[in-house]
Ligand binder design. Structure first.
Ligand SMILES: [Zn+2]
Length: 425
């Protein structure tokens, strides 16, 4: 199976080789540094890395030694990172299509939240450029059966480190003592532990110095417990370098915040085939069949109102955290009606709805993600020697975050990719 995948990906040589590029007369959104927008620049890319960004001169368009991309009127920013990914069921979306969806939507880095042993080989094939895919960071889930001991967990963490997993994911289970012990062993081994919040108690994640907390509920719960205490909570998150990845889209979808038509019109839905669409619709209908009697209608409306209030309240906290420089991450999570890669634009719109500036949102999906992995010197912004994972947009996302959908070209480690080619059936 793997061999077949490699063949398919490498059949067109252009996917397998990086080019030396010169992007002329382009507006650059560097993300890092004082300026949010540098107008009319020339960006040179060599051996998969950014070599320079300098003011545009007409003579740059005559450089025959490189492939020239005319950036006139366009906007160049770093590729995005989806920080909470689960690989789809191969029958629904084959892996190669999943990667292509992400790339076509401008996602050049994925953080996988639930690893299987085969992902180690997969990541290595991506690193060796044998597979066309976004850069991949992988996690392995902590075992949680009730008979597990601290010795088992220590062995597990050390083995995971040895095998080369990028971080450990906590899902559920374990006693508080075992949870803290594992957190400590992870820290000592230099392997991050990220994931769900133990018993939805944010204080546990804080005490354990968890690398990131997933989903929004534990933050809202902590606020509702003692709202005056929230500035202290934000300080603790900052001091301990704990990232927050609320995955709002998932809860907007399953909390019935979108109508049936809204769901079908979400970004990228036109690329979803009819079989998968029917499957998603059935999954959604089955889940809500519990409300399918007139007597249950009131309960349904109450649930919608309750979720709406929670998401509204959390939105205010998201804005406060952003203003206070708590490190935020962004992902729609895996779900029906979240089209891989394309749903990032939907999640970004929810951050905008919460009041975050477009510049802040762009930084979250690029630079913050790199910082999470301590890779901010390697990628996540447009600066010398950074990996050339870039997206060229027809319209300025600083004016309107929805312009993130106007992707003209994606550059992955210096390879030029066109969304229309990636999305070809
Ligand atoms: Zn998830």
């Amino acid at each position: 199976m793997k061999k077949i995948i490699l063949l398919v990906f490498c059949i067109t040589a252009k996917y397998c080789s990086a080019q030396n590029l010169i992007i002329t007369n382009v507006n650059v959104i560097p993300i890092e540094g004082k300026e949010t927008l540098l107008k009319n620049q020339t960006v040179i890319i060599k051996d998969g890395k950014i070599e320079s960004t300098t003011p545009f001169k007409q003579e740059h368009t005559k450089d025959k030694s490189k492939t020239i991309i005319d950036g006139t009127g366009k906007y160049l920013m770093p590729g995005m990172a989806d920080m909470h990914v689960h690989f789809p069921n191969e029958k629904d979306i084959p892996l190669q299509q999943f990667f292509k969806f992400n790339l076509a939507a401008g996602v050049t880095t994925l953080r996988s939240m639930r690893g299987e042993p085969r992902h180690l080989t997969l990541r290595d094939s991506i690193t060796k450029k044998l597979i066309l895919a976004p850069d991949l960071y992988i996690s392995i889930s902590l075992p949680s059966d009730s008979t597990i001991t601290d010795k088992d967990l220590e062995k597990f963490v050390k083995q995971s480190k040895k095998e080369g997993w990028d971080f450990i994911k906590y899902i559920s289970g374990l006693t508080p003592t075992l949870f803290y012990t594992t957190a400590l062993i992870s820290k000592e081994s230099g392997l991050k532990m990220a994931g769900h919040v133990y018993n939805q108690d944010l204080q546990t994640a804080i005490k354990a110095n968890q690398a990131s907390v997933e989903h929004y509920q534990s933050i809202l719960k902590e606020f509702r417990k003692d709202s005056l205490h929230f500035p202290d909570v934000m300080n603790q998150l900052k001091e301990r370098n704990i990232y927050v990845c609320p995955t709002l889209s998932f809860y907007y979808i399953w909390g019935m915040q979108y109508g049936a038509d809204d769901l079908k019109e979400r970004n990228g839905m036109k690329y979803i085939n009819i079989e998968l669409l029917s499957k998603w619709e059935k999954e959604y209908d089955d889940y809500y069949s519990k409300y399918n009697t007139p007597a249950k209608e009131e309960e349904r409306l109450k649930t919608i109102a309750r979720v709406k209030q929670s998401l509204y309240d959390f939105g205010k906290l998201l804005k406060r955290m952003s203003d206070a420089n708590v490190k935020l991450l962004l992902s729609p999570d895996e779900s029906a009606f979240n089209v891989p890669g394309f749903a990032m634009a939907e999640e970004m719109k929810l951050y905008q709805k919460a009041g975050l500036s477009n510049a802040a949102i762009l930084k979250i999906v690029t630079y913050n993600a790199a910082c999470f992995f301590n890779k901010e010197n390697e990628w996540g912004s447009i600066a010398k020697n950074k990996r050339a994972n870039l997206i060229l947009l027809d319209k300025n996302p600083l004016d309107d975050i929805d312009n993130i959908k106007t992707i003209n070209t994606v550059i992955l480690g210096g390879k030029v990719l066109k969304p229309e080619d990636l999305l070809k059936k």
